[in-house]
Write a protein that binds this ligand. Structure first.
Ligand SMILES: [Cu+2]
Length: 309
């Protein structure tokens, strides 16, 4: 992880959307009495289609629900700090200037190389008129995906994504192998738990340093850890709920940080965990493979029961 990665991370709500959509799907299957099945066929397909649309992960579109992310900076050179600007506009084309604060920030901005090996999570400043600005250094040439994660006042939270291209010779790296251990700056982070498509999966990340569990993690953006999950292949951006919060009387300051994640499909995902210790934010990264649960595994509680959203 490069130094630029030592910034914030944060997560919320899509698991709720997934949970809701799944709820609709199963309810539709159960409510209709057998006799009415045929006549309600059309209604079923409509509702199923709606549920599928609702399932679309964040970050795959630059415009959604009328909100649009427009990059204003087109030229970025590798390794050179650039004032990157972008604009967020609302359903009427007007600049969005009122936001709900989530995890201490109005807008979270994640930039990741398309090969998923470079990750940074930063917090742009408002420049007025719906324009945001951030000093951004993209280390190498190639294609990047930028995500703006925010909730306009009075609207649902959403994540918009746009490509950012850096000119030059590009040598994509292979996806790092699936693994449960990540090391960064003398810290070792281990990952316990499995991603299961369509289900809320408990993920436990344990932080240790020099072989000793770290029990004095520091709150960062309102949590002991922030986890971003991105799907390999299309960089779908998945929200993950932290379980518990600093100061709630039951959440320990390490060594374990617990999350509930829900992935929409099988395949490989990259997980990026930001945590703060002794005044520095570091990022641990993992590649995890999502696979269906073995038959007969009881479904865990829905994601909507976890986290603050
Ligand atoms: Cu953030």
């Amino acid at each position: 992880m490069n130094t630029a990665a030592k910034l914030g991370t944060y997560v919320l709500g899509l698991a709720v959307v997934f949970g809701g959509a799944l709820g609709v799907g199963s309810a539709v299957g159960e409510v209709a009495p057998p006799a009415a099945e045929e006549s309600q066929g059309a209604a079923h397909s409509t509702e199923t289609a709606a549920a599928v649309r609702e399932d679309t992960p964040g970050g795959l579109q630059m415009s959604e629900n009328g909100y649009t992310l427009t990059p204003l900076t087109s030229t970025i050179r590798p390794g050179e700090p650039t004032d990157f600007q972008f604009k967020v506009t609302g359903p009427g084309g007007e600049p969005v200037t009122d936001y709900q604060v989530q995890h201490d920030k109005k807008l979270h901005f994640i930039v990741v190389s398309r090969d998923l090996t470079n990750f940074q999570h930063v917090h742009p400043a408002e420049a007025g008129g719906g324009v945001w600005t951030i000093k951004l250094t993209l280390p190498t040439a190639g294609a990047y995906r930028a995500f703006a994660d925010f909730a306009p006042t009075g609207a649902d939270g959403l994540t918009l994504g746009t490509d950012v291209l850096v000119a030059g010779d590009y040598a994509p790296k292979a996806l790092p192998p699936v693994g449960r251990t990540s090391t960064v700056d003398g810290y070792t982070v281990t990952l316990d738990g499995d991603l299961i498509p369509g289900r809320s999966s408990k993920l436990t990340l344990k932080v240790s340093k020099d072989g000793k569990p770290v029990t004095d993690l520091q709150p960062y953006l309102g949590a002991y850890g922030h986890l971003v999950a991105l799907r390999a292949g299309d960089l779908a951006y998945l929200h993950v709920h932290p379980d518990g919060a600093p100061g709630d009387g039951k959440t320990a300051a390490g060594p374990e940080i617990t999350f509930y994640a829900e992935v929409p499909s099988g395949g490989d995902y990259r997980l990026f965990l930001d945590f703060q210790h002794e005044g520095t934010v570091r990022t641990a990264d993992f590649t995890a493979k999502a696979a269906p649960a073995p038959a007969g595994t009881p479904a865990p509680a829905p994601a909507t029961t976890h986290g603050e959203h």
